[in-house]
Write a protein that binds this ligand. Structure first.
Ligand code: ZN
Length: 134
């Protein structure tokens, strides 16, 4: 039995009334349980929402700072000019800088292995062109 039936046990209440009260008490306990479950779900959803907002802000900040050219990202520096270091476009690499391997003619991301066929001369040219266009 629950909290209301405990209160009523010594009072003169009819069997019908006791039955009704017991039913109400059961309903209240059921609603309380549902409320607790909903609060738990709400807390989980709130946490997921905040996580998504954080990820979006990170993504947006990253994209405001970078411009994508020929499958690589170029970073805008505080001066307004663009860095000559190309960055990986794979979002999982979180803006990992790419190495330019002129002997083989490509830029390589050491984190994911992503390659772009390009020379250091072309990369420099892209950065200079972006810096002029700014
Ligand atoms: Zn990568």
């Amino acid at each position: 039995m629950g909290f209301i039936t405990d209160i009523l046990k010594d009072l003169p209440v009819s069997a019908v009334m006791r039955e009704k009260i017991l039913k109400l008490e059961t309903d209240i306990l059921k609603v309380k349980k549902e409320k607790a479950e909903l609060e738990e779900q709400f807390a989980e959803l709130k946490e997921k929402y905040l996580q998504t907002v954080r990820e979006f802000e990170e993504y947006r900040a990253s994209h405001e700072q970078f411009v994508e050219v020929k499958g690589m990202k170029f970073k805008r520096l505080d001066s307004g000019a663009y860095s000559e270091i190309p960055y990986c476009i794979n979002f999982r690499c979180h803006n990992s800088p790419m190495s330019i391997i002129d002997d083989f003619g490509y830029a390589l991301c050491s984190q994911c292995g992503y390659k772009v066929k390009i020379s250091s001369e072309e990369v420099r040219h892209i950065a200079e062109t972006l810096s002029i266009e700014k």
